[in-house]
Design a protein around this ligand. Structure first.
Ligand code: HEM
Length: 313
């Protein structure tokens, strides 16, 4: 990184993929754990090239993100201005709980084997410096639908608005070119959801189910779409970049949506969560939550590629 070259972000902006692995790890008690993790993170780009080059059409990518409690030990660098642990949100009926996680890998590719191979090499390199907290394998479900049957991701920003929504700018030199990452794993009760008439499901989500057209809210109760639309006091709308993925197996009885949001401003995702779980007005929470239980919740920061590569030095 120098004055003349612009800061290069990680592949936060990668296109929606057919496969993904969401891997959350914690630093182990090994005395040199943080230093060993730092060296591996600095060289993730090399591992991605090793595996990804075997099928360039597979579009393998990996975003690395670090949690607030591990940032200082792993990077030794100034902290991004707003990096703090996931803040629990307690609504009257549903809660967004905070869970453990020091380092996070968002691995995406068109082929599941590429994701597998990169994860295998990463974990081999990390060795006993980490323990795996959660590993979730995501898959694309028809035309980018979630397991509730709705097309998920339509209103993601496009073009230059993507970087505007997801990447920290000059306002924070320590975080510039990076992105706040919030993940939550939701388990769905599909029997309960599918017992609802499709018209009711559509009001809850705020879009039609089959052809994915946006709907105006027809009752005072806000839809998911409206609760996650954030407009500040000056009337400016703040977007985030999402790449949710279905995961799980019917035979295990556990499946759902892995939510991942990238944001320039962490408060935007936090406000979305408050509106979903507490409600707007208070009590009028997001009815998606009646069939979706959040079992994890962690905040990380994905530094720019320049910062990530500097960790190897
Ligand atoms: C059970 C988990 C979730 C499911 C199944 C889900 C599903 C959906 C669907 C189907 C849409 C409409 C299409 C689209 O624009 O993508 C949507 C929109 C959206 N969701 Fe979610 N979502 C979930 C959780 C979350 C969470 C936790 C957040 C933020 C904290 C969030 C933020 C958004 C945003 C910002 C939009 C776009 C709103 C708009 O501008 O129209 N979602 N979601």
């Amino acid at each position: 990184m120098n004055e003349s070259s612009p800061i290069e972000p990680q592949s936060v902006d990668a296109p929606l993929s057919r496969s993904a692995v969401f891997l959350t790890v914690a630093l182990s008690d090994a005395p040199d754990a943080a230093a060993r993790v730092r060296a591996v993170l600095g060289d993730v780009g090399g591992l991605v090239r090793s595996v990804g080059f075997r099928d360039l059409d597979g579009l393998l990518s990996c975003v690395v993100a670090i949690g607030a409690n591990a940032w200082d030990a792993v990077t030794g660098l100034p902290r991004p201005a707003d990096l703090h642990p996931f803040v629990e949100v307690r609504g009257a009926k549903h809660s967004a709980l905070a869970t453990q996680g020091d380092v996070f890998f968002h691995i995406r590719a068109e082929r599941g084997d590429l994701c597998f191979e990169l994860e295998r090499l990463l974990l081999a390199a990390l060795g006993d410096a980490v323990t795996v907290v959660d590993e979730t394998v995501g898959f694309r479900y028809f035309e980018a639908r979630d397991l509730l049957g709705f097309v998920d991701g339509t209103e993601n920003p496009m073009g230059s608005a993507r970087a505007e929504a997801a990447l920290v700018g000059d306002e924070d030199p320590a975080g510039a070119g990076g992105s706040y990452v919030v993940i939550q794993k939701y388990l769905h009760d599909l029997d309960e959801w599918n017992a609802l008439p499709v018209e009711v499901q559509e009001q809850i989500v705020g879009r039609t189910k089959f052809d994915n057209v946006e709907l105006d809210d027809t009752t005072p109760r806000k839809s998911h779409k409206s609760l996650t639309t954030i407009v500040d006091d000056e009337g400016v709308e703040h977007a985030i970049l999402r790449d949710n993925m279905p995961f799980g197996r019917p035979g295990h009885g556990e499946f759902g949506t892995y939510f991942i949001g990238y944001a320039r401003n962490l408060w935007v995702i936090e406000r979305m969560l408050t509106r979903m779980f507490v409600g707007d007005p208070e009590g009028s929470y997001d009815r998606i939550l009646d069939v979706s239980r959040a079992v994890t919740g962690v905040t990380f920061f994905a530094p720019s590629n320049d910062v990530l590569e500097s960790l190897a030095e």
